[in-house]
Design a protein around this ligand. Structure first.
Ligand code: ADP
Length: 468
């Protein structure tokens, strides 16, 4: 092969090389970061530089020496900056502009002033080797940080070409090889092919780093999703157990509550039986008794329905829920326990409807936990009041429950809501934790404070339905 044939080969390789950064640019379209921009622009400049060197015999010297080398070095500096950006250690612009200007001044000095072909060649190739070595070093670091196989490949290939260039400069220095990139000697050809192969492989490896990263991200995302699913299933099970436990603890008062309508039904049925047997039962009396039986049956079935709704595992269903009405409904659920503990409820609200978007059962669970904790905290005090206030505040619906119990010590305020924190001998310490999680899942908060005149204040704040 003659010198001009090698020049044509380099030109063709330069032409072939140019589409590669464009390909990397389009492949990385979805992850086009600043480093990708640096990499692709750098690759493009490198390709143009190679092309200008290949066309050396047709072009003026300033273009095929000065501009060509400027393109190659600037291209490499940009690619180094791309890897540095990936490593989060970018150079300041002034730094690589200085390096570039420094390279050009020395190169032009060797070319125009000293007019020494070996100095010029040695300087150009030496800096090329340094740049490729820096790329190899940075990609090695990247491979360690990200455990990236592509980055490791990138590094090995670049180290190999650094060795080849070093040998080539050495041979030229010893006069064994001609100091020209387009000399058609076997060592020159090996160098050229190696440099170009490296940059082509480098581009694939760079794209590979991003591909590996997005795969790794997907794996992490899938793991996180699985964990979240497991976590929410676990929380769901604890919530379910907490509901069952609450109702279990209230079973005595609930059965008492249920007993009342059942006893009334029995009484009315007996009266009808006796009235019919004695023949003294008038039709209006009969109708009145049947009506009473119907009403009490309805009440009993409502109590059972409420308990069943609350206790049975149900899929999460979001609907419009009026917090004011719900606070009264849940108080009904604990009515018999409240009576037994001599606790009085009072309700106030600023508007007829205070609606939020949420799961009725989960929101009931928060309120039930608040009521039960309040009732237990008032066990040792003579005055036992629970005041429930529902207000629309800004874009939120706020339910504030104040009790006249013992309130919170600093230790309790700090520990409340952490898993299994309890001050009760029979407590599990999951009620507040579950309630807080539910509030947060509904985009809201559950906070606690001491009331100014003693007792506790629990504040449930949820986005109002309109805003939600
Ligand atoms: P548990 O009721 O099983 O103890 P919780 O998570 O519901 O679990 O409550 C944790 C702790 O918070 C309780 O043990 C209690 O010390 C404190 N606490 C909760 N609500 C009140 C309240 N209204 N007044 C005083 N202390 C309260």
């Amino acid at each position: 092969m003659t010198d001009s044939n090698l020049a044509i080969a380099i030109t063709l390789i330069g032409l072939l090389y140019l589409p590669i950064p464009i390909m990397a640019w389009s492949v990385l379209a979805s992850t086009r970061t600043v480093s990708v921009v640096h990499w692709c622009v750098g690759g493009g400049l490198f390709g143009i530089g190679i092309l200008l060197i290949g066309l050396r015999i047709y072009l003026p010297d300033w273009l095929s020496f000065a501009v060509a080398n400027a393109c190659v070095v600037l291209g490499n500096l940009l690619r180094i900056q791309a890897l540095r950006l990936e490593l989060k250690r970018p150079w300041r612009v002034s730094r690589w502009v200085m390096l570039f200007v420094g390279f050009m001044l020395v190169y032009e000095f060797f070319r125009l002033e000293v007019a020494n072909q070996f100095f010029r060649f040695g300087w150009g190739f030496g800096i090329l080797a340094l740049c490729l070595g820096e790329l190899a070093r940075l990609s090695w670091q990247l491979s360690r940080v990200e455990s990236s196989r592509s980055a490791r490949w990138f590094s090995w290939v670049h180290w190999a070409v650094v060795v080849v260039i070093f040998v080539r400069v050495l041979l030229a220095g010893l006069g064994i090889s001609r100091p020209s990139p387009v000399a058609a000697d076997i060592d020159a050809m090996v160098t050229v092919v190696m440099v170009l192969l490296t940059t082509v492989l480098g581009n694939f490896a760079f794209v590979g780093i991003f591909a590996e990263r997005s795969t790794a991200k997907e794996v992490v995302l899938a793991q996180e999703q699985a964990q979240q699913l497991e976590h929410s299933r676990w929380r769901g099970q604890i919530a379910q157990l907490d509901r069952q436990r609450s109702l279990g603890a209230m079973s005595a008062s609930i059965s008492h509550e249920l007993n009342q309508p059942l006893a009334a039904i029995l009484l009315d049925a007996n009266m009808v039986q006796q009235g019919v047997a004695s023949g003294k039962l008038t039709t209006p009396d009969l109708l009145e008794n049947i009506n009473a039986i119907e009403q009490n049956t309805l009440r009993a079935s409502q109590i059972i329905q409420r308990i069943r709704n609350f206790i049975q595992p149900a899929p999460e269903t979001y609907e419009l829920v009026d917090l004011g009405a719900l606070s009264v409904d849940v108080a009904d659920l604990v009515a018999s326990e409240a009576r037994a503990r001599q606790v009085k409820f009072s309700f106030s609200r600023d508007v007829p409807l205070a609606r939020v978007m949420g799961d009725r059962i989960q929101l009931s669970q928060i309120i039930l936990n608040l009521y039960r904790n309040a009732m237990q905290a008032m066990a040792t005090v003579p005055q036992r009041d629970i005041a429930v206030e529902v207000r629309n505040e800004a874009a939120n619906v706020v339910l504030r429950m104040t009790d006249s119990g013992v309130g919170f010590s600093l230790h309790v305020l700090e520990g409340m809501g952490t898993e299994f924190f309890t001050t009760k001998p029979e407590g599990l310490g999951v009620g507040i934790m579950i309630s807080r999680t539910i509030a947060e899942q509904h985009g809201g908060t559950l906070t606690f404070a001491n009331a100014p005149h003693g007792g506790a204040v629990a504040t449930l704040c949820l986005p109002a339905a309109m805003a939600a």
